[in-house]
Design a protein around this ligand. Structure first.
Ligand SMILES: NC(=O)c1ccc[n+]([C@@H]2O[C@H](COP(=O)([O-])OP(=O)(O)OC[C@H]3O[C@@H](n4cnc5c(N)ncnc54)[C@H](O)[C@@H]3O)[C@@H](O)[C@H]2O)c1
Ligand SMILES: [Zn+2]
Length: 360
């Protein structure tokens, strides 16, 4: 069964296909390939698993490949530049298409390269992690890290299509599966309390990789994200809600050096911190916060920030976040389960209490 939905962006609208065995289906790629040149961007872990299957779908095209080192710590300008080396050495033109085959790191780097190569070429996302299938492959945010801050250099550049082959999740390490569930939890918390209930009752099936359960959460997550992106592509308003847990999470990622904490793990803790602060503001109940922490724990996620990350350092790192406007920190918080808002009006004492209470 293949599910297809659309990200409704007018002339730049694009499909998201979700299903098992899609990787090697030529019909899904063909409508989105402009010229005959295709550059696959992947990494050293994913290439041996899935590169051949993807190549099989591209017979008849001039196909090149760039195999990047694996890991968030390689989401750098130097590694990113290798994509341009490959494109230029192979003399790829403006009508070429980049295909990102891998998780969010590969997707963000390939997408950003597509945004910049010859001032912008086409690209297709073929996400192979749960996190990439539910989140990073959709919406057109692309970029790389700077030592001073996560995703600080990048562009909005929408893909032509997202092809999410759920059978690739079979080889995903369990820790990565859990990391993806953090973003799924996020969708329930900001938009859909019923979905949150569903996650609570189906967590065991998800962790056991039940194919139907996984396909369902990927679909529901993509629906919510596609809706939000279509309404607010460049994050002038409601798209910021997708950053629930991320300002705290990015601080953890930056403080610990990219790669030791997974993005989804940091976001999982960040969500718990946002919930804690929301309760201190009198919005969520203690019971709500307990529910969120239990859900994160049952998904295999950490719920406490690193003990050696002081409140001062946290605040410093959070000040670099892109959500800071006019020097004022802005956070996504929860008014109720399923209902989030962005606020800059944060009592510094309560924020400090949260930072101190949630580091263990
Ligand atoms: N652009 C966006 O909107 C957006 C949204 C969320 C996250 N992100 C970014 O995404 C990144 C995190 O993505 P991620 O969690 O996918 O991490 P990742 O890309 O590092 O992938 C996780 C690990 O799984 C491996 N892997 C990938 N597919 C596999 C498979 N099918 N089987 C076995 N191993 C596989 C990867 O090689 C890597 O080691 C972060 O850099 C984050 O900033 C971007
Ligand atoms: Zn994220």
């Amino acid at each position: 069964m293949t599910w297809s939905l659309t990200v409704a962006l007018g002339a730049r609208a694009y499909p998201i296909h979700i299903g098992s065995g899609l990787l090697s289906d030529p019909d899904l790629y063909r409508p989105h390939l402009l010229g005959s040149q295709v550059m696959i961007v992947t990494n050293e872990t994913v290439a041996p698993l899935y590169l051949e299957q993807l190549r099989a779908a591209l017979i008849g095209y001039q196909v090149g490949e760039v195999i990047l080192p694996d890991g968030e710590q390689h989401k750098t300008m130097e590694v990113w530049n290798r994509i341009f080396d490959a494109l230029l050495h192979a003399r790829f033109g403006r009508d070429c298409t980049l295909i990102a085959l891998g998780g969010g790191v590969v997707g963000d780097m390939a997408g950003f390269a597509a945004a910049c190569y010859q001032r912008g070429v086409a690209f297709i996302q073929v996400p192979t992690t749960l996190l990439a299938q539910v989140d990073s492959s959709v919406g057109g945010k692309t970029g790389i890290n700077h030592p001073a801050g996560k995703n600080m250099i990048g562009a909005f550049h929408q893909p032509r299509a997202v092809i999410a082959d759920t059978s690739t999740l079979a080889t995903l390490p369990q820790r990565e599966l859990s990391a993806g569930l953090a973003e799924v939890l996020k969708y329930g918390l900001i938009r859909d309390a019923v979905f949150l209930d569903w996650l609570e009752t189906h967590m065991a099936e998800l962790l056991a990789r039940d194919a139907d359960a996984l396909a369902y959460i990927i679909r529901r997550s993509c629906e919510i994200k596609a809706d939000i992106v279509a309404a607010d592509e460049h994050e002038a308003g409601q798209r910021a809600l997708l950053n629930l847990g991320h300002t705290f999470g990015h601080a953890i990622e930056t403080a610990t050096g990219y790669g030791s904490w997974l993005h989804g793990e940091a976001v999982g803790v960040g969500i718990c911190m946002a919930a804690d602060l929301s309760a201190r503001l009198g919005w969520l109940t203690e019971a709500d916060v307990g529910r969120i922490r239990r859900l994160a724990t049952s998904a295999g996620l950490p719920v406490a920030a690193p003990a050696d990350l002081s409140a001062e350092r946290f605040l410093e790192l959070m000040a670099v976040d892109k959500k800071v406007q006019g020097g004022q920190l802005r956070l996504v918080l929860l008014q109720h389960l399923g209902d989030a808002l962005v606020t800059g009006d944060i009592d510094p004492n309560l924020l400090r209490e949260t930072l101190e209470a949630t580091a263990h």
